[in-house]
Design a protein around this ligand. Sequence first.
Ligand code: HEM
Length: 597
Amino acid sequence: MSMNSAFYPRLDLTNNGQTVVARGPCNWDVDDESAEIRNVTIYQGGYQGAVVASNPGPTKVRKDSDQDWQLDVHSSGRLTSGRALASALAVGRRTDGSTYEFSWPAEVQLVQPDMALDLKEIQGNIVAGFNKDFANLLFLALPDEPTQARLWLAEIVDQVATAEEVKQFNDLFRAVRARRGGREGVVEAAWMNLALTHEGLRKLGVDESELDQFPEEFREGMRKRKRIIGDVGDNDPDRWPSDLGKRTIHALMIVAADSLEDLDRETLYFTRQAASHGVSLVFQQDGMTRADAPGHDHFGFRDGISQPGIRGLAASSRPDDYGKDDSHQDVVAGGEFVVGYPRERPSGQDLAGDPLSPQPKWTKDGSYTVFRRLRQDVKGFRDFVIAEAAEQKMSVDLFEAKLVGRYRSGAPLALADNAADDPGTAKSDILNKDKINAFGYSTDPEGTQVPRAAHIRKAYPRDQQVSHSKLGERPRIVRRGIAYGKSFRHGNPPDSPYGANPNFPDDRGLLFVCYQRSIRDQFEFIQDQWVNQDSVPEDGDGVDPVASQASPRRTIRIPGARTDPVHLYRQWVTTTGGEYFFSPSISALKLLSGKKT
Ligand code: HEM
C-alpha cells in the first residue's frame, strides 16, 4: 500500500455512537502483497474532554482480493455526528517478503448511517414512482360510520401498491426495454395508492389525542393555508371548480396504468367497491401524458428530469460518495420523504432527535402528500413569450429557457452558454444522463446564464450561495405530477377541449403531486419562501414565472434583457384545487382498518 492511504471522508457511527466503522481505500503499489491495519484511533471534542475510540487491530487486507479495509472502533464514551480526527498505522508486506510501516492522520466526518427504508411498508409512488402514462385521481368522502369506512379500507388494503413492487417493476421495465431495443408495452402494470386527510383519519376512528399530534399544516388542510401559499385572487379555493373547493375530502386514491383500457377497468373496480361501502366520489380527475408530446408539460417543456436521489435507493457506482448518484442528482436521506427515518441538513449532518417525534408511532413509513390542480393558460403563455422575446431582443427558445431554466427539450440553460436555439433539438449530447443534471449555479451568482428567479433555480437553488442564513435551506420534494387535459391547438374554438379558453371546464394543466416528510418545511417553504417571493434570494430578483401564485409585483430580473425588470403582467398557472394528505404505511392502513397485520 502506498503512502497516500487514507480514510473514507465519512465514517458511520453505530451502536448509539459507541462504535465507529472506520474504513478506507487500499491504494496498492506494484510490489505490495498484503497489509495489516493497526492502532486505529478516533478523537472527537478537542483536547480537553475528548472522546477517544480505538482498536489496536490488526485487520489484514490482501492485494489480490481487497479494494478497501474496515475495522470497528469502540469507545467507552459516546461519539456524535460531526467532525473528528482519525489516525491509523499500516504494516505493509511486499512480494519479496520485506515489510514497511506508515501511519496517517485525517480529518473525517462521523455520520449516523441511514436506516434502510422498509420498502414493503412504504406505499408505491413515494420513493419509487408509478411513472404511468394514464392516471385517475379519485377524491373520496368517507361515510360517517367509522366501522363502515374501516370495512372499505380492509377490503382494499391488499390492493395498495408497495414501494418494493413498484421498484422491482421499474427495474424490470428498464432492463427489458434496454435489452429489447426500446420497444414499449412489453411489460405492464396497474397500480393504486391511498392517502388520507386529517378529517379522513378522524372518519376512520383515530382518537382525538392522536389526531392532535399531527403537524398543524396537515391538520388545517390546504384551503386554510391559502394566505401562506398564495392561493388568493384567481387561485382562491372559493373559485375552485366542482366540489373540490367546497366539499370535505377524506381520501385521495391514485389509480395508474399503461393504457386507457387498463385504467378504466381498475377505476371501475375501485369506484364500485367504494360505492358499495358508502364511500362517495366527490371529484374524479383524469391525468395523462400528452399524446402529442409525451413527458412534456402543456407549455411544452420536458418535465420529470430532476428528482432528488434517495440514499440507499439511487444507483451509484461510488457508494462512498454521499453527494451524487449516477445521474448527477444530489443524494439525500430517505428520512426527507418518509416518516420515521433520520433526516438530513443541507450540510449533510443529521438532525438530532427522534425522527417520529411527536407523531403517533404508526406514522412510521408514511409520507405527507401535496396535491395541486394547476391550470395552465397555454395560449396566454405562448402569446406572452413570443411578444416579449421580440421586445427583449432574444430568440423565443432562449427567452423561454430564461423563464424555466431549461429549454423545451430539457437541455439545461446552465450548460448552454445562452444558445439562441434549443441545443437539445440538435444532435447533441446535452440531454444524456451524465449531462442533463450535471450543473449548479455557484459559477453564475448574478444569474447571467440562469436568472435567479427561473423556475428550476427558484424551486431548487442547488449550490447557489445566499446571504440570508434561513435561505441556506435546500428543501427537497419528490415530484410525481402528471398532465391533464387535451393539448392546446391554435385555431380551435375557444370553448373546446383543444381551445384557448382557460376557464373551460375541460381545461388543461398539471396535477402536481409531491411527497415529503414535512409539508411545512418542504412544499410550503419552497412555495412561500422562494417561489412566491419577489425579493428572494436578492431584492428585485422577481417571482418564479411558472410556479408563483399571487404576488402584487409580477416581474423577473433577466440579466442581458433590454428591460430591468421584465414584466410578467399576469400568471399563466392558476390553482384550481388542492389538498394535503398523509399516505400511511401498509401496516398502518391495516391498523386503521382494524385488519390483523
Ligand atoms: C403548472 C405548473 C408547473 C410547471 C409547468 C412546472 C414545470 C417544470 C419543468 C418543465 C421543470 C424542469 C424539468 C425537471 O427538472 O424535472 C420543473 C422542475 C421542477 N419543478 Fe416545476 N412546474 C410547475 C409547478 C411546480 C411547483 C408548484 C413546484 C413546487 C412548489 C415545482 C417544483 C419544481 C422542482 C423542485 C423542480 C426541479 C428543480 C431541480 O431539481 O432543478 N414545480 N418544473
